[in-house]
Design a protein around this ligand. Structure first.
Ligand code: PBG
Length: 333
């Protein structure tokens, strides 16, 4: 027998023992389900996001009732906008009869306790597929205007709050938008509507399947003058300090598994709750690898989400939310 006083394996010897030692938990209450809403009477499957659907308003409320049954307590709504409703300024974004405010009302009528979060950004609504208002120059150059965009985002946020949104989630990465949205909400008495700020949203190549779902890929250029450089972590702390000072209620890191260090850094730097977005490309990689038969979808998805929690995220936005909630319920049965 070797003389080894320290035997870490003792703490792993049975299922019950491992249960006592477990440091991180993943439950349905931690999950936020991103949902796509479209006009018309029909829901359609999303080719780029297997298992996900573009919901029509008539179906989304019923679907939300089922999600609530599964233990999911928050959804995040994204608009699918027909090309003919897009314009240079993205004005459809604050149409009170638009698909998002209509869906909020339908969901709130059916499942009042489900938290409804809404995406605030202009990319699904403007002809350029950019999150902000674009100014084009004669020499072919262009600029994404910051302050003009923030004004538009405030209109969009107010439109969602008036329809009954619980949480406004600006994903645009303009400077100063958290303070401006807070002031706009408060000016109309929506002091209890929360703001989840996309604090550290990176100019990632992993958003492709999402842009496919919405038809919102940028028509030219990229998003690098507002989304963050994937090389940077200190800069995320600077963004976080600004969001805290501007009154954000929650911070977000996006993508998630490729940026666990950023989640951990924010966790150490702030007391605010932290969300992480397991984005479309991260989801699709697991789904595709599982479809090939060489990865087990359930264990890989759960491991990925658990790693995000372990890094320090309180909540996770994931397209796998309903499936994960079902798996977790089976585990507890
Ligand atoms: C745009 C937005 C994007 C995502 C959420 N909001 C894409 C982008 O910035 O181009 C990506 C989500 C995903 O990939 O799952 N405001």
């Amino acid at each position: 027998m070797m003389n080894i006083p320290i035997r870490p394996r003792r703490n792993r010897k049975t299922v019950a023992m491992r249960g006592l030692m477990r440091e991180t938990e993943l439950t349905a209450a931690h999950l936020i389900y991103p949902m796509f809403v479209q006009e018309g009477e029909e829901s359609t499957p999303i080719e780029s996001l297997p298992g996900c659907t573009r919901w029509c308003v008539a179906d989304i409320a019923e679907q939300c009732a089922q999600l609530y049954e599964l233990g999911i307590r928050c959804v995040d709504l994204f608009a699918v906008v027909p090309e003919e409703k897009k314009d240079g300024a993205g004005t459809e974004a604050w149409n009170p009869e638009g698909v998002v405010p209509t869906a909020i009302a339908a969901i709130k009528a059916k499942v009042p306790d489900l938290l409804v979060m809404t995406d605030v950004a202009l990319d699904p609504f403007n002809t350029y597929g950019q999150d902000g208002i674009v100014r084009e120059y004669d020499n072919g150059g262009y600029e994404i205007l910051n302050d003009e965009t923030v004004e538009a985002l405030c209109r969009q946020a107010l439109c969602h709050a008036r329809a009954g949104a619980d949480i406004i989630s600006p994903s645009d990465m303009m400077d100063g938008r958290v303070a401006a949205i807070r002031a706009a909400l408060d000016s109309e008495g929506y002091t209890s509507v929360s703001i989840l700020s996309y604090t550290a949203k990176y100019a990632s190549a992993y958003y492709g399947p999402f842009r496919g779902a919405l038809g919102s890929a940028p028509k030219f250029g990229d998003k690098k003058t507002y989304q963050m450089d994937p090389a940077n972590c200190r800069e995320a702390l600077r963004e976080a300090a600004a969001d805290v000072a501007e009154g954000a209620d929650m911070l977000m890191v996006k993508p998630a598994t490729l940026y666990l260090d950023v989640i951990a850094a924010l966790r150490a730097a702030t007391h605010l709750p932290i969300a992480a977005y397991h984005v479309s490309g991260e989801y699709l990689m697991i789904k595709s690898a599982a479809a090939s038969g060489w990865l087990d979808e359930r264990s890989c998805m759960l491991e990925a989400l658990l790693s995000i929690r372990r890094a320090g995220a309180d909540m996770i936005l994931t397209y796998a939310a309903p499936q994960v909630a079902r798996w977790l319920a089976e585990d507890n049965a």
